[in-house]
Write a protein that binds this ligand. Structure first.
Ligand code: CAA
Length: 259
């Protein structure tokens, strides 16, 4: 366990790790120190075979209210380029285990972009998700025009990015931006239960499914289908595949070893 603020992470006994953004005084705005701490947390967790699923959370008021505008206000183009803050998000994106974003309150700008790097989004009904960058004279710079468009299509993405107005967790679910919407008080429990369920599944199958979906998403369909088929063939080499099928036939619980 590490509790180096502004990010606190914890490994649980059930194969799940939680990573919490902890800057409540700034509604979890993502300053450079927070981005770096997030990348360090994900670096540590992605190499840990005991961690089968990660839940990324903020607090009740905010998942994250975007990039830290106080760190942006005096910056010019060269300064922003030199920060190379994309490298921190690349670390999160490279995580092989599934990552669930559990969202209560604000997920705005860079906060929503971070959530969209995750694999599953569980949102509270009253959450506020949006890309408000246009309102401060900039635009999304870490996926808000791209991952969002792939998730919800051109017309919702245009509305969100061009008006800067947030939508509720309920609407995010209805337009396909969230995997699941639940009452606000149930977000964390729901995400942790889902993560614990995933953590019990054979990890090689889990990480291979994640890889196939992410790699296939941006490839032509024929290429993506070939990639999927090859990955499917590969899983027949795992001990867990034999264990899973044998346990089903023998009507017992499987004992997956990650081999
Ligand atoms: N950056 C820095 N500080 C922020 C912040 C942000 N993005 N969002 C909130 N805060 C701070 C506020 O400055 C305030 O601090 P002080 O008390 O020291 O003044 C504290 O958090 C509480 O915020 P508010 O008083 O504003 O709370 P509210 O409930 O009245 O409003 C809000 C909440 C609607 C989210 C409002 O804070 C807001 O609009 N925040 C900015 C959201 C935004 O524009 N995000 C996008 C940033 S750009 C970006 O994200 C680009 C990118 O990554 C590429």
């Amino acid at each position: 366990m590490s509790d180096s603020a502004p990010v606190v992470w914890e490994k649980r006994a059930d194969g799940v790790a939680t990573v919490r953004i902890a800057r409540p005084e700034a509604l979890n705005a993502l300053n450079l120190a927070t981005r770096k701490a997030l990348a360090e947390a994900f670096s540590a967790l992605q190499d840990d075979p005991e961690v089968r699923c990660i839940v990324l959370i903020g607090d009740e008021k905010a998942f994250a209210a975007g990039a830290d505008l106080k760190e942006f206000v005096e910056a010019d183009t060269v300064e922003i380029m030199k920060r190379r803050s994309e490298r921190y998000w690349q670390t999160v994106a490279r995580t092989s285990q599934p990552v669930i974003a559990a969202i209560q309150g604000y997920a705005l700008g860079g906060g929503l972009e971070l959530a969209m790097i995750c694999d599953i989004m569980v949102v509270g009904e009253g959450a506020q998700l949006g890309q408000p960058e246009v309102r401060v004279g900039i635009m999304p710079g870490a996926g808000g025009t791209q991952r969002l468009t792939r998730a919800v299509g051109k017309f919702h993405a245009m509305r969100l990015c061009l008006t800067g107005k947030p939508i509720s967790g309920r609407e995010a679910y209805e337009i396909g931006l969230a995997s699941l919407v639940v009452p606000d008080g149930e977000v964390l429990d729901t995400a942790l239960k889902m993560a614990a369920g995933i953590a019990k599944l054979p990890p090689l199958a889990v990480t291979t499914i994640k890889e196939a979906i992410l790699q296939g998403e941006n490839a032509p369909l024929e290429t993506a289908l070939t990639l999927e088929r090859k990955a499917f063939h590969t899983l027949f080499a795992t001990e867990d595949r034999r264990e899973g099928m044998t346990a089903f036939i023998e009507k017992r619980k499987p004992d997956f070893k990650g081999r």
